[in-house]
Design a protein around this ligand. Structure first.
Ligand SMILES: [Zn+2]
Length: 285
């Protein structure tokens, strides 16, 4: 009996050891946060989320989804360290009119201070307009050398309550500030840079009907990855931009669900997230 018992113990010990070795050989699963709101006013975020879940499964990510209605989601962004446990965050939302600078600043600090990289999709670019689009030039004071036009009332409120903490200029976080878009028509996309995030994207690809976002201003450190042409208009539609301890990728196409159903678009999303998350995993070792 004693011998039988010992064999059992040995057997399970070996099994456990075998498992541990096996797990150590495999790279850890990428922990991805997808942040959205539902149902969306101008965008159909529910089917976009359903497609993203499929992509996450295909890519083998450990996916966490944060969703809810518009206002509730903005409030969630004020939660300190909400992004910290993740290897990358995907933001797919539309908070254009939001004046919640605390939410914007806390989101930005997940990347700049905590080092969690982010993929910003479509209307994420058209968010917190009062921090860079709809205000006045010069309102950020003589030390600010960028091109944002922030709402002076918001800036004053910020200084009174936050002191020297940097005011969250959303367009300076996305890297390319965008403020408007063209009609819903096909865009010809041209790959302009070799990058891991675009490695499976064809040299040229024509979308279905969707929106081309303008480039109001482009930070110097932005690396354009894909340019889009729609009629007479041309703009960078995908780019990479360092942000503090990490970086962001901006992808301004993705208005319509028909973008999301296209294989080249899906590959862009998967390859962008993998690129960002792998870098984070390497650097946090
Ligand atoms: Zn849109």
């Amino acid at each position: 009996m004693q011998i039988l018992y010992r064999s059992f113990v040995l057997f399970f010990a070996l099994l456990l050891l075998g498992n541990t070795t096996l797990q150590a050989d495999q790279p850890p699963k990428k922990k991805i946060l997808y942040f959205t709101h539902e149902p969306g006013t101008y965008h159909r975020y529910t089917p976009q989320l359903a497609i993203f879940r499929q992509l996450a499964q295909r890519a083998g990510w450990e996916l966490t989804v944060m969703t809810g209605d518009h206002e509730a989601q903005i409030k969630k962004l004020r939660e300190p360290d909400f992004g910290k446990p993740f290897d990358a965050i995907v933001y797919n939302f539309c908070f254009a009119g939001s004046k919640d600078t605390l939410a914007a600043a806390n989101l930005i600090s997940q990347t700049r201070e905590h080092g969690v990289p982010a993929l910003l999709i479509h209307c994420a670019m058209h968010s917190w307009w009062p921090t860079f689009k709809s205000g006045e030039a010069g309102s950020l004071g003589p030390d600010y050398h960028g091109q944002a036009k922030a709402d002076p009332v918001l800036v004053t409120q910020w200084r009174l309550t936050q002191g020297d903490r940097p005011f969250p200029v959303w367009g300076d976080f996305t890297g390319i500030a965008s403020t408007t878009h063209g009609p819903s028509q096909p865009i010809t996309l041209n790959r302009v840079e070799e990058h891991p995030a675009t490695k499976r994207f064809p040299q040229t690809f024509v979308t279905g009907n969707t929106e081309l976002y303008n480039n109001l201003y482009v930070l110097e450190r932005v690396i354009p990855l894909i340019r889009g042409v729609q009629g007479e208009e041309e703009a960078v539609v995908m780019w990479n931009c360092p942000q503090g301890k990490a970086e962001v990728i901006g992808l301004s196409v993705g208005h319509d669900v028909n973008d999301w159903t296209q294989k080249p678009y899906q590959n862009l999303v998967i390859d962008s997230v993998n690129y960002l998350a792998e870098k984070r995993q390497r650097e946090s070792k």
